[in-house]
Design a protein around this ligand. Structure first.
Ligand code: GDP
Length: 439
């Protein structure tokens, strides 16, 4: 899918717009508080030309940084990593110097840009948009909160996608051609490209430039023991020049995009550097976005004798927010741990596609409740009626309950763990929702 980035100052309404645009597809869940609120990637299917939408507000790495610098960096990253940009501005608040500066960068980039003048609640309010003509970019007035003019916005985005000549591939055909798609992500120098090369070894591979990718990204397709795989957007396999090598900086947006083009992500970390703030941010985004991933702690050959156990304890502790994620310890120098990587990726992908019948689910639910009753909260107890699986990739389960407010996170975790144990969902992400039902 073409990638469109939402950029803009805080509080201009980026996430409201984001939620409105992806909402139809998430119809099942949007009535649940807190569920879609903090997602940053969504697919917009209600449009004539579907696209992937990224809310860059959720990618902010350093909250202490002053936001002007942050938004300029965000804009810069979005310009590089997206096909087109929606610059959201506040129609009520009026033109802001930061908007002007971002608009200048955007004009220079020659990427398609739409300025979305938000908080314009109806036709009679459209003159709120007029002062933004000064930005020298195409404008669309909308109200993200009330939906005013959103269809017009989607039409304009479709027109941009047509102008870009973006070609939509057939998903099944793509799968046949690429096999399992794996994205190596992580900070520069963690060893991503060494790892790809070590796994590829002498094997012949086809390097193909994929249509519709924005930068000089490269996909590599290869076969191994009768299975086909593709390393997606493998930065390290791009022709490296000295300059771009030095300048290559960690881009959360780029990493996120690569994981969305892939089926499994491998987060490569440097054993000797530990988990940095950026790594942690990426881990929490992957976890939140329900991305299937493996952590590869690399360069273990550099660990002093006897220190490996300590390193393993450190990473286990640091990664406890996502206990289901498998961690492997690798060295591209000695090849330690590398042989297990692709089989592990296959296993996780198989888990992501598990389907459980409703009969089995409800027996499991009854067993779980019998073994461990939901706690009493304000003299009431959650009463579960029914459990159903609504999706795969990731496996998604919906519990129907008298009042979702009565299900606290510890009990929700308990139920999730019961499902994981019963159905062999050891490493894949999974999603559980609680919906109210009156039986
Ligand atoms: P990338 O930027 O993540 O693709 O990292 P590279 O694959 O380019 O590796 C960065 C540096 O780390 C290079 O100098 C590699 O030789 C080195 N390196 C990669 N893997 C290992 C490893 O397992 N052990 C050691 N000692 N060095 C490694």
């Amino acid at each position: 899918l073409p990638t469109i980035a939402l950029i803009g100052r805080p509080n201009v309404g980026k996430s409201t717009l984001f939620n409105r645009l992806i909402r139809r597809q998430k119809a099942l869940t949007h009535d649940l508080p807190g569920v879609t609120r903090d997602r940053i990637y969504g697919e917009v299917r209600q449009s004539e030309r579907p696209f992937a939408l990224v809310d860059t507000g959720g990618l902010v790495l350093d909250e202490d940084q002053n936001f002007e610098k942050e938004i300029l960096e965000q804009a810069h990253e979005a310009i590089q990593e997206s096909h087109a940009i929606l610059l959201v501005v506040d129609g009520k608040g009026g033109l802001n110097p930061v908007d002007e500066q971002v608009a200048r960068d955007l004009r220079e980039s020659h990427k398609p840009v739409l300025v979305v003048v938000n908080k314009v609640d109806g036709y009679e309010k459209e003159d709120l948009a007029s002062e933004f003509h000064a930005l020298g970019l195409e404008l669309v007035p909308v109200s993200a909160a009330h939906g005013y003019n959103v269809p017009e916005l989607l039409e304009r985005v479709s027109a941009i996608i047509d102008e870009l000549g973006f070609e939509y591939g057939d998903e099944e055909e793509e799968e046949d051609r690429t096999g399992l798609r794996v994205a190596m992500i992580g900070r520069p120098n963690a060893g991503k490209s060494s790892m790809c090369n070590a796994i590829l070894g002498e094997r012949r591979f086809i390097v193909s430039d994929v249509a519709g990718t924005t930068r000089d990204s490269v996909d590599v397709t290869f076969e191994r023991q009768g299975h086909r795989y593709t390393f997606v957007d493998t930065a390290g396999l791009r022709r490296k020049t000295k300059i771009s090598d030095d300048l290559e900086r960690f881009s959360v947006l780029r990493s996120l995009k690569a994981t969305k083009q892939a089926q499994i992500a491998v987060l490569v970390l440097d054993a000797m550097e530990g988990l940095t703030v950026q790594d942690k941010k990426l881990v929490s985004i992957l976890d939140r976005e329900k991305t299937p991933f493996i952590v590869a702690v690399n360069k273990i050959d550099l660990a002093p004798k006897g220190k490996l156990e300590e390193i393993k304890r450190y990473f286990a502790e640091q990664l406890r927010i996502c206990p289901h994620v498998p961690v492997i310890y690798t060295s591209t120098m000695t090849s330690a741990g590398l042989g297990g990587l692709l089989p592990l990726a296959e296993k996780i992908w198989a888990e992501c596609q598990i389907r459980v019948t409703t009969g089995v689910l409800n027996r499991t639910l009854q067993d779980a409740i019998t073994r461990h009753q939901p706690p009493v909260i304000k003299r009431r107890r959650a009463k579960f009626y029914y459990l159903t699986q609504t999706d795969i990739k990731p496996p998604t389960f919906v519990f129907f309950v008298n009042d979702p407010e009565l299900v606290k996170s510890s009990y929700s975790r308990y139920l999730e763990n019961q499902l994981r144990k019963s159905f062999g969902l050891k490493m894949a992400p999974m999603q559980v929702y609680f919906r109210s039902s009156h039986n």
